[in-house]
Design a protein around this ligand. Structure first.
Ligand SMILES: Cc1cc2nc3c(=O)[nH]c(=O)nc-3n(C[C@H](O)[C@H](O)[C@H](O)COP(=O)(O)OP(=O)(O)OC[C@H]3O[C@@H](n4cnc5c(N)ncnc54)[C@H](O)[C@@H]3O)c2cc1C
Length: 481
């Protein structure tokens, strides 16, 4: 596979002429907001930004790019955390933003299904579902900015995976434009369909490398009429995991979230928001934010109250929210931690997973190794531990030079990933590979997996025009297969 030649000014002008006016942005000032992602760590230099309004426009755009050899990067809300949605340096990639394709096409509360365009902001899709007394259960901090196509392309998880699964478990069908411009219409809302291969699954989590998602249909669930939220203080991660298993069994599997936060995370949130008060009467090494929800004729508050009351000395102290506002304040603590941990600067983000049964040992081993080798850095640990998923982030000391930071990130990531390997875990449970984790991913996959992945890429995108260099190496570099 040879590298694609850079597109010429002539081909750009020809591309613009195939689209309605205003669809293609080429001025630096117009393109600025498509060049930087949420983390602020990744900046893109696109050759241009296309903003199609419908699937037909995406199709003609890709047909043209395929023929002309123009590399393309689909873009959603730019909240992805692996540098995949911004254009590569060099001004050779065309960003295709789906932001103008933002309609909810249909909701059917009897089918418990909705069809949404790829550029719809997740929160807008969730609101639309709620207006029909249903929920779309993909829930996380970036839901006010991320878009449905990005959620599908990253197989997004979040707080409620525990009960409802990842995006992969919630997608019923997809509409995708293939690299040569053909439209694959797999947009059905059937619950059961065993005809041949399940092609939609290839695109879910493919990070824009196999096709551009233009719409998705999702499973919906009845909107819970009762939601209970509690924050409890514990002695150790081990106790948190014992509490988790007990809660699943004793609360009729009604948990919708089980979030672990080590004390350092609470301190970060309290420092960032001096108006917050310490949530419990004294500090504890470990906190768990528990949410349970239900509809129908059960007394959920009594179930959770009894459960926490009977938890013996596992739970040192706790608060059960008595109002929606109080519950929101507890969640805000978690959100504030995520947003303020880097204090505006760079830090190492990880999103690893290990078997749930091994999580407590994994945390203990990793924190010990980090403090032994890098006592100068601050390790922040929190995550969706009901899914075995942890964010183990590393904040550099104040005043670190860029070079010192790079070295620290590299060394601490190696420490964390080596321990993940020892525990049979995954170096990415949520954010994907993109460009940031590519080397670590390629270092760990076996020959057969690499061969299958490379053949998939060749089959869906023979000219490698789609998000080349994300997940797998760019076509031009030797050694990618
Ligand atoms: C504060 C915060 C909290 C987060 N919490 C979580 C969490 O709990 N769980 C979790 O899983 N993630 C989380 N994330 C990561 C991120 O929000 C998700 O990965 C999200 O799904 C990305 O959506 P997006 O629209 O922003 O995609 P973008 O960042 O724009 O793109 C992400 C990837 O998808 C591709 N893509 C985008 N649109 C399309 C399309 N239409 N067709 C094909 N490919 C496309 C891009 O090329 C890129 O590879 C969090 C991020 C932030 C900033």
């Amino acid at each position: 596979m040879n590298a694609l030649p850079p597109p010429s000014k002539k081909s750009l002008a020809a591309l613009a002429s195939t689209m309605p006016e205003g669809t293609l942005l080429t001025a630096d000032a117009d393109m600025e907001r498509y060049c930087k992602d949420w983390s602020g760590d990744h900046f893109g230099t696109p050759m241009a930004v296309a903003r199609p309004q419908n699937t037909t426009e995406v199709s003609s755009l890709l047909r043209y790019c395929h023929e002309a050899g123009i590399p393309v990067v689909p873009q959603g809300g730019l909240t992805g955390l692996v540098g995949a949605a911004v254009a590569a340096p060099g001004g050779k990639e065309l960003v295709v933003s789906l932001e103008r394709m933002n309609k909810v096409r249909s909701i059917n509360p009897i089918d418990f299904a909705m069809v949404v365009e790829a550029g719809c902001i997740l929160e807008d899709a969730k609101r639309a579902a709620e207006a029909s007394d249903c929920i779309l259960p993909i829930t996380f901090g970036a839901q006010g900015s991320c878009r449905i196509g990005g959620n599908v392309a990253t197989n997004a998880g979040g707080f409620n995976v525990l009960r409802y699964g990842m995006t992969r478990d919630l997608v019923l069908g997809l509409e995708v434009v293939l690299s040569d411009g053909r439209i694959w219409n797999g947009l059905k809302t059937l619950r059961k369909d065993n005809r041949g291969y399940d092609i939609k699954q290839m695109f879910i989590g493919s990070e824009g490398t196999l096709g551009i998602v233009t719409a998705a249909s999702f499973k919906l669930f009845p909107k819970p009429t009762q939601v209970e939220t509690a924050l409890v203080g514990l002695r150790s991660v081990e106790d948190a995991m014992t509490l988790y298993a007990k809660a699943r069994r004793e609360c009729s599997d009604l948990l919708t979230a089980f979030e672990l936060i080590l004390r350092v995370g609470i301190d970060i949130a309290l420092k960032a928001r001096p108006d917050f008060i310490d949530p419990l009467s004294e500090p504890y090494p470990v906190y768990v934010l528990i949410e349970a929800s239900a509809g129908g004729r059960i007394d959920l508050a009594a179930i959770l109250q009894d459960f926490l009351g009977d938890a013996g000395d596992l739970v040192q102290d706790g608060v059960l929210a008595t109002s929606r506002a109080q519950a929101e304040r507890l969640w805000l603590l978690r959100e504030t931690l995520v947003e303020s941990q880097g204090n505006g600067g760079r830090y190492l983000r990880t999103d690893v997973s290990v078997p749930i049964s091994k999580l407590a040992d994994f945390v203990a081993d990793t924190l010990e190794a980090l403090s032994e080798h890098h006592p100068e850095a601050l390790a922040v640990t929190y995550g969706h531990v009901g899914d075995g998923n942890l964010h183990l982030n590393v904040i550099p000391p104040k005043g670190s030079t860029p070079d010192a930071m790079e070295l620290l990130f590299h060394q601490t990531e190696e420490i964390i990933f080596d321990i993940v390997d020892r525990y049979g875990g995954s170096i990415s449970a949520e954010h994907g590979i993109g460009r940031v984790k590519q080397q670590a991913y390629l270092d760990r996959i076996d020959e057969v997996t690499l061969d299958i992945a490379s053949r998939l890429k060749d089959a869906f995108d023979p000219k490698h025009i789609l998000s080349d260099g994300r997940i797998l190496r760019p076509a031009a570099l030797p050694g990618d297969r």
